[in-house]
Write a protein that binds this ligand. Structure first.
Ligand SMILES: [Zn+2]
Length: 127
């Protein structure tokens, strides 16, 4: 079977390969408010390759958002809260922004060009 995280061969009747099990354990050992650096340091300490760590960070086997997006969403909210701006960025928001940027589009919350009068209504609602 293939590993649900890195999609490499995990072995017979195994859903997660030994490397990803170690990576998962390193995440569970982190304090609740870990930084991205803590996360990477913990993962590198398992001896996993950079490539494996990248795959693990981007994997989304439970449709809960990849680890990278979950951590980015949490840190964005913490930074915004520190600035006094409530933010409810969740992993889906982060995933959408990253997707837009990778496709060369501006993030979807950017102002749209106004071409029709009906768009103005939406525009005012946002303000
Ligand atoms: Zn794996």
């Amino acid at each position: 079977m293939r590993c649900i995280f890195c999609h490499e061969k995990a072995g017979f009747f195994k859903r997660i390969c030994p490397d990803c099990i170690k990576l998962g354990q390193s995440v569970q050992e982190l304090p609740p408010s870990f930084s991205f650096n803590d996360l990477l340091n913990g993962m590198m300490a398992t001896g996993a390759t950079q490539e494996k760590i990248e795959k693990f960070l981007e994997a989304d086997p439970y449709q809960e958002g990849s680890l990278r997006n979950q951590v980015t969403a949490r840190m964005t909210n913490e930074v915004m809260a520190g600035l006094g701006i409530p933010s409810d960025m969740d992993f889906k928001g982060v995933a959408q922004v990253r997707k837009d940027l990778s496709e060369g589009k501006l993030p979807s919350f950017e102002e749209q060009e106004i071409r029709e009068i009906s768009q103005l209504k939406d525009y005012h609602r946002k303000i």
